[in-house]
Design a protein around this ligand. Structure first.
Ligand code: PEP
Ligand code: MG
Length: 851
């Protein structure tokens, strides 16, 4: 029954679209599908694969159009009494396809022959099963008519034949060529059906994706002696660790052993019960040997689908073991360490994005999910907690040791303490670069933003699910920041995994990549995370994030409310030591690596309280009437704050703030420098649109540097950089570059300004835009190669024209996105900088680009 390569020529199927699978047959996956290709490989490995014929995509298209290949020739190679199966072979298994039809060829006559071979009872069961499957899936008869029939014994068989005849108004076909023709036709047509087409296109199949079919002689899995079927692999699919796993069920065929309630046996000998190893030791040994050979020669961990017939082993199929991302890393690394694949191949086998699954807790893929809403997956990982509708509630819950999810319309600096206290964040508004998203990613806090289809009735203390269910403060929900869903309750989770395989893979990635990867880190804790993930330095420290601490926030507010430069300086003098201490810690944490500090960027009013209670607290702290504070806060309001008094505009108009920050940086530089290892800080000016802004700010920073040198009697150097995040700065990058040691492209603002699209509001309509194909992707997530990318390329080219040897980088959120990294590398940047938890993703993505 096994394939015989030396079969005589008459045995061969001649049609070029219908090929007998042999070690040398021209079976190609693009024309015959993945299963046929895989079977051919197994045949080449000399595994006991039953005789198989593959029909190409063209043959199957022809069948759907009414052109049947020469079935007599096809069947001539099979024993006249053989039982056959027909299985789909699409190019990618995930694209689906019609279900396999088993036990084809059974007729009254072959039933007799089979009864003698495997026993009456087993033969009758198979014939009855085939009639049922043929009736429902091929002849398209009423499934209910067959569902009620007795399934077993001669009575079941007679009833199946009678019902078939009654429903089809003709007897069950007693000729296997007819059966085969009908099976092939129905499978070919099922593939062409609209539903099947839409389903596979949703999985990425092209409109003209083809279907191959394989006709295979069946090993029966039922009958005398040890018979059965199952799957076996040499690794655990969940962990990737070496372990024989799989399923086996005696007296079974097809996918019966895989059914949830199947009482499958142990594979290896096990004290808890009978095992395949005991029941069919030779077959078991051969199976393990075959799986090992397949691993070695097919260069992947393979799941072997097998059947045992009276103790004899047959291999029906082999597919790459479907695994979790964590298992995939372990498997790829071990294959490379065993010399089966190269390190480069191991790197290419891991989807960079999948690494974030290893870095965060995830909802267990096997867990039951109860979705109640959907938003933008803004910060990966999953977290379960009780709903808290305010930062204060979140802190109170954290104080009681209760995990909580902070649920807000959007977040502001006032919520940061609540975010620290929460295990996850859910907001109604916002996109990939909104406050909640950026802070969430920095903290490694799972975060779903822009879940605008849910009802956020914070005053009423209600969160209303998309399906209308109402959740109140204290109810338990789960946010899945990896896929953007919000779930009711507490589904099972899997823990992060940063083991030796992960570290090994990362080290291999670093050896390949040709661009640098830094982290965006605002606090010493972030910096530590960045170090843990082997970032090459800090590419962006957003200094305003250092003022979120409540003790600092109040001084910050005093500074904002200052009446004139003198009052302002007094408040800044109190902020100075706080900033200096932060920088000292940052420099020390990052010893030996560059740290790029961006001067204050956001509109000042973002730091003011937004509600009555906050305004009252501030009035108390400043000893002013609430009405005064309210009026001043309103006066600071702007129609378009993101295009208003922010970034370098603050530096030009209220220079004391940058003076204080420059002094804090330089004093910290001297404090953290060691004789043999001087700190060379990088100071970066945000939101520049004209070279003159850089000149003005640079002159003041130079003056502060000179003052600090003179006061301390010690020298130091620093590097001055400019953030290129307005279209105009890109166009004038040559002039800007003349004043700077480095340029860093802020692609968040650059995207906002290029599209004229508010990064804080885009979440409201982004999903509609993407669903309707207006944008292929959220441009705040994946760099828009055509528009923003063009500005980036212009900026890079002009920047280098302006100053040879200038360092160029990007530090927008795109720095952690593999597709965007590819655009940046192609544009010629020296490094990308991204949130600390995305650093491993970026390291692997950069390595793949260099291979
Ligand atoms: C940017 O605009 O890309 C950037 C990094 O700065 P921020 O997100 O802080 O505006
Ligand atoms: Mg910016």
């Amino acid at each position: 029954m096994a394939m015989d390569d030396a079969a005589p020529q008459k045995d061969r199927v001649e049609d070029r679209h219908v090929t007998l699978i042999t070690p040398t047959a021209p079976v190609q996956s693009p024309t015959h599908g993945g299963r046929a290709k895989c079977l051919q490989r197994l045949v080449r490995l000399d595994l006991p694969v039953p005789r198989t014929v593959a029909l190409s995509f063209d043959a199957v298209r022809g069948i759907a159009a009414g052109r049947m290949p020469d079935l007599d020739a096809l069947l001539a190679g099979f024993d006249p009494a053989a039982v056959l199966c027909v299985r789909p072979s699409s190019e990618v298994p995930d694209w689906g396809g019609p279900g396999a039809i088993l036990n084809l060829g059974l007729t009254d006559e072959t039933h007799e022959v089979l009864s003698r071979r495997i026993g009456q009872e087993a033969a009758t069961r198979l014939y009855t099963r085939f009639i049922h499957a043929y009736a429902v899936d091929v002849a398209r008869l009423d499934a209910d008519a067959f569902a009620e029939l007795p399934a077993e014994g001669p009575a079941g068989l007679a009833a199946a034949l009678d019902t078939y005849e009654a429903e089809a108004e003709e007897p069950f076909p007693q000729d296997r060529a007819t059966q085969l023709a009908e099976v092939l036709r129905s499978m070919a047509r099922a593939w062409e059906g609209t539903t099947a087409r839409l389903l596979r296109q949703a999985k990425g199949a092209p409109a003209d994706a083809g279907l191959g079919l394989v006709v295979q002689e069946m090993a029966l899995g039922l009958g005398h002696g040890e018979c059965g079927s199952g799957v076996l692999q040499l690794v655990h699919p969940g962990t990737g660790l070496p372990q024989i796993t799989g399923r086996y069920l005696s007296q079974s065929q097809g996918r019966e052993a895989l059914a949830k309630d199947a009482a499958s046996l142990y594979l290896e000998r096990d004290p808890r019960g009978p095992s395949l190893q005991e029941l069919a030791p030779e077959a078991f040994d051969a199976l393990v040997e075959h799986a090992g050979r397949a691993r070695l020669r097919l260069r992947a961990e393979m799941q072997m689908e097998f059947t045992i017939e009276n103790g004899r082993l047959f291999i029906l199929d082999g597919v790459v073991v479907p695994t979790t991302s964590r298992a995939a890393v372990r498997i790829a690394v071990r294959l490379a360490e065993d010399g089966i694949i190269t390190r480069q191949e191991a790197l290419l086998r891991i989807e960079p994005r999948a690494l974030s699954e290893l870095l965060h807790r995830q909802v267990n893929p096997m867990a039951v999910r109860d979705p109640i809403g959907r938003g933008i997956a803004a910060s990966p990982g999953a977290a379960t907690g009780r709903i808290a509708f305010s930062a204060a509630e979140a802190q109170a819950m954290a104080a009681r040791d209760e995990a909580c999810i902070l649920v807000r319309r959007e977040t502001s600096p006032e919520d940061v303490r609540g975010m620290h206290a929460a295990v996850g964040v859910l907001t109604e508004r916002g996109g990939m670069t909104s406050h909640a998203a950026v802070i969430g990613r920095g903290l490694g806090l799972p975060c779903v933003v822009g879940a605008g289809r849910m009802g956020f009735h914070l005053r009423r203390g209600q969160l209303v699910a998309e399906d209308g269910r109402v959740f109140r403060a204290g109810d338990t929900i789960t946010v899945d920041g990896s896929d953007g869903t919000v779930l009711a309750g507490a589904p099972g989770m899997v823990e992060p995994m940063l083991d030796d395989s992960f570290r090994t893979l990362m080290a291999w990635a670093d050896a390949e990549r040709d661009i640098g990867i830094r982290a965006n880190a605002d606090t010493p804790e972030d910096a530590q995370t960045a170090r843990n993930f082997d970032a090459g330095g800090i590419g962006l420290c957003r200094t305003e994030h250092m003022f979120f601490d409540p003790r600092r926030l109040i001084v910050m507010r005093e500074m904002i409310f200052a009446d004139g430069p003198e009052d302002r300086r007094a408040a800044l003098d109190r902020l100075l030591p706080m900033q200096r201490d932060d920088f000292v810690e940052l420099f020390r944490t990052m010893t030996g690596l560059p740290v790029c500090i961006r001067l204050f960027d956001p509109p000042l009013h973002e730091f003011l309280p937004s509600d009555r209670i906050g305004l009252r607290d501030l009035a108390e702290a400043l000893d002013l009437p609430v009405s005064d504070v309210t009026r001043r806060a309103e006066a600071l309001g702007e129609y378009n704050p993101m295009l208003g008094m922010r970034g370098v505009r603050l530096g030009v108009t209220i220079p004391e703030i940058y003076d204080m920050q420059a002094r804090a940086i330089f004093e910290a530089t001297l404090e953290a420098s060691r004789e043999d290892d001087p700190v060379v800080p990088e100071v970066m000016i945000p939101l520049v649109s004209t070279p003159r802004e850089v000149e003005i700010v640079r002159a003041r920073i130079d003056a502060v540097a000179a003052e600090v040198r003179a006061e301390r009697g010690r020298d130091f150097t620093y590097r001055l950089g400019v953030m290129v995040e307005t279209p105009r700065a890109c166009l004038l990058a040559d002039q800007v570059a003349r004043h700077a040691h480095f340029l860093s492209f802020g692609t968040n603002d650059l995207t906002q300004m290029t599209y004229g699209l508010s990064r804080d509001d885009a979440g409201r309509f982004m999903s509609d835009y993407v669903a309707q194909g207006v944008f292929a992707e959220d441009p705040f997530h994946v760099l828009d190669a055509e528009g923003v990318g063009e500005l980036l390329r212009i900026g890079v080219a002009r920047g280098r024209q302006g100053r040879a040897g200038i360092t160029l980088s990007i530090c927008g959120e795109h720095g952690g996105n593999p597709e965007s990294i590819a655009h940046c590398r192609a544009a010629g940047v020296d490094y990308v900088s991204c949130s600390p938890f995305r650093v491993p993703v970026a390291r692997l993505a950069a390595a793949q680009l260099a291979i």
